[in-house]
Design a protein around this ligand. Structure first.
Ligand code: BES
Ligand code: ZN
Length: 634
């Protein structure tokens, strides 16, 4: 059957052994100089998790800001479903491994032999450890590289507090750059951690144990009693303060941001309650937010108990809170029920886009939800017209690609519209009941698209055979593009139609700028207005618009971003000046990548952009550097 894209056979990877430890102690088992690593069904991990599986992890690390390293050890507690399988393969990238010991049942350390396999680029190098019979604990002493892809070390000059900052970004496969582990979403484990940083900074983690104020020892302890996949491992160290937004919610930020953040996110507690009313209990204890410096490469990251956020969503009026709803929704879709591999990313992101919209609707009503849905629909249409056929479907074969490629609008927006379509077919009440049961049934499990498929067949299609069929579901999952039946759920926003009418009249000279009815426009109506002006403006018109609306001074980053795009197209001088400051300050890829790409494609901007990039680069995250360089063709 055509939808079974994934090969069910175990993937085998030839791994050359290099970098042997010089005076390694006697080995209980010496791997041959060349052998096959069997991986599980995740092509982006070397872990052989069917044979040996990490169950709990204990981290003990020192953060050294002058060396830009984390150094210490990790202790891995293992389950061994195949007791005779005498090898543990971990994912690593750019890690300096100092020592590997097995811990015997009586607590004695037993040095074991270990080797690195060949370097496989972004996948890093497998660390192959001899695992004597009966051993269930292994300790690895290591240091991270100053270049670790999953960490950004910021100097004192690069933060608003004037103190250094460190944060991690582990999704999709960068946890292996700061901890040697089985770096696949198919494996879940609990953990505890002791982290030591500078005394004048505070350490936080996506875990239980975050403190309300800085202590004076610099040492912080955490536990994570719920089993999580490695991409949710998260740490940050900085000059942080905490502000409460409710009994189990709050926000961490640098002192300059804390007040504005607490105000912006004052609906956080309500959001958690809405989430619970929709899809069942929030199972993680506290829910806090961490506001990162502007170099944070994403809008948000759903680290458990502590979502990470870009400061560019603090607009002063709560207009960009959909992103917070999104990261919170991942506490169910993603963190509780997790995609087993990156080909199944839509299970995380598509469900979350739908859940996010439901939270927004409950908070602000259906009109705002429709506006957001229309923006998403238009963006998806554009993507579907431009990407390769293999990238136009929900379940995608990514086995020979960087899992970074998984993140594009199809798993997000098309995944979200698939959920809308299901709701439309069976009705909201039945669909909500189905989702609640789904989250409950698969809680704390990692599942693939075929697990979802089997579950929906039994629990929804079987109940409503006259409303939806497996053939239709398979079309959504495994065929390129949106099915024709998706037209039933195309979002309609009256507010956007009024914008379209006003824009047309202005363009036809029937209305002046001053006569545009912008006074009651939402931020999203502005976004729709400015998107609809792509490639139509000249510098003179833009100057008049700025006189009227002050767009170049915008503090709302979504609006500002679109104005900067229009400025590149029109070579509009005041916009270009603002763009330079923007690129030097903000590292959020959703903005920086398309801005650099537009500059590179313009007939005037590439050399200018490269110069700006070179100045901005030291302040960018490794991911932003990579994406910007690709956009600029460097
Ligand atoms: N899990 C993602 C963040 C992410 C994206 C990690 C790509 C690794 C690679 C997060 O939940 C997310 O989707 N963030 C979006 C916001 C959302 C509202 C679309 C973002 O950062 O823009
Ligand atoms: Zn997401």
């Amino acid at each position: 059957m055509s939808f079974l894209i994934r090969s069910t056979a175990l993937l085998s990877l030839a791994v050359l052994l290099v970098g042997c430890q010089p005076d390694g102690p006697p080995a209980a088992l010496t791997p041959a100089p060349e052998f096959q690593v069997q991986t599980g069904s995740d092509p982006h991990s070397f872990a052989e998790y069917e044979q040996v599986r990490v169950r709990h992890l204990r981290l003990d690390l020192d953060a050294d800001f002058s060396a830009r390293t984390l150094s210490g050890h990790v202790l891995l507690e293992l389950d061994r479903p195949e007791p005779g399988f005498q090898r543990l393969v971990l994912d690593t990238r750019d890690l300096d491994i100092r020592d590997v010991n097995a811990i015997q049942p009586d607590g004695q350390y037993l040095p074991v032999s270990w080797r690195f396999g060949a370097d496989q680029g972004h996948l890093g190098r497998p660390l192959v450890i001899a695992l004597p019979a009966g051993i269930e604990e292994v300790r690895i002493d290591y240091t991270t590289s100053p270049e670790a892809f999953g960490l950004q070390w910021l100097d004192a000059q690069q933060t608003s507090s004037g103190k250094p900052f460190l944060f991690s970004q582990s999704q999709p496969h960068y946890a292996r750059t700061w901890v040697p582990l089985q770096d696949t979403p198919a494996v879940r484990y609990t953990f505890d951690a002791t982290i030591r940083g500078p005394r004048d900074l505070m350490v936080v983690m996506g875990a239980d144990g975050n403190e309300l104020a800085r202590n004076d020892t610099g040492e912080y302890q955490f536990t994570m009693p719920q089993a999580i996949p490695s991409y949710l491992m998260a740490i940050a160290i900085g000059d942080l303060e905490f502000a409460e937004t409710g009994p189990r919610t709050g926000v961490y930020a640098e002192p300059d941001w804390i007040e504005a953040a607490a105000e912006e996110f004052d609906v956080l507690e309500d959001m958690v309650e809405i989430g619970e009313d929709l899809y069942g209990p929030y199972r993680w204890g506290r829910y806090d937010l961490l506001v990162l410096p502007p170099s944070f490469p994403f809008g948000g990251m759903e680290n458990p108990r502590l979502s990470y956020l870009t400061p560019t969503i603090i607009a002063g009026d709560g207009s960009l809170l959909a992103l917070v709803a999104h990261e919170l929704a991942h506490s169910w879709s993603g963190n509780l029920v997790t995609n087993a591999a990156w080909r199944d990313l839509w299970l995380n992101e598509g469900f979350t886009v739908y859940f996010e919209a439901r939270i927004m609707e409950a908070l602000y009503g259906p009109e705002i939800r429709n506006q957001l849905a229309k923006l998403s629909w238009d963006g998806l249409k554009e993507t579907l017209e431009t990407v390769d056929e293999r990238d136009r479907q929900l379940v995608r074969d990514l086995s020979d690609r960087d899992p970074e490629q998984a993140f594009m609008p199809v798993p997000y927006d098309m995944g979200g519209f698939f959920m809308d379509w299901l709701e439309d077919r069976v009705g909201r009440e039945a669909f909500d009941a189905f989702l609640r049961e789904y989250f409950d049934h698969f809680a704390f499990e990692s599942i693939d698209s075929e697990d979802f498929r089997a579950y929906i067949e039994q629990h929804l299609v079987a109940e409503y055979p006259d409303r939806l069929s497996m053939a239709e579901i398979d079309q959504w999952l495994y065929e390129p593009g949106m099915p024709a039946s998706a037209e039933a759920i195309e979002p309609v926003s009256d507010a956007f139609e009024r914008v379209d009418a006003a824009r047309r009249e202005w363009q036809a000279g029937e209305r002046s700028l001053a006569e545009l009815p912008t006074d009651d426009w939402s931020v999203h109506q502005w976004r729709h207005f400015l998107s609809g002006l792509a490639d139509t403006l000249d510098a003179e018109t833009m100057a008049r618009m700025d006189e009227q609306f002050g767009l170049v001074e915008q503090t709302n980053y979504e609006i500002l971003y679109l104005w900067l795009m229009r400025s590149i197209e029109a070579e509009y001088e005041p916009g270009i000046e603002r763009l330079e400051r923007f690129l030097l300050e903000v590292g959020r890829n959703k903005f920086t990548r398309p801005l650099y790409a537009a500059l590179a494609e313009s007939n005037w901007g590439r050399d200018w952009a490269i110069k700006v990039y070179q100045r901005a680069r030291p302040g960018y995250h490794p991911l932003t550097r990579q994406a910007s360089e690709r956009a600029l063709g460097l």
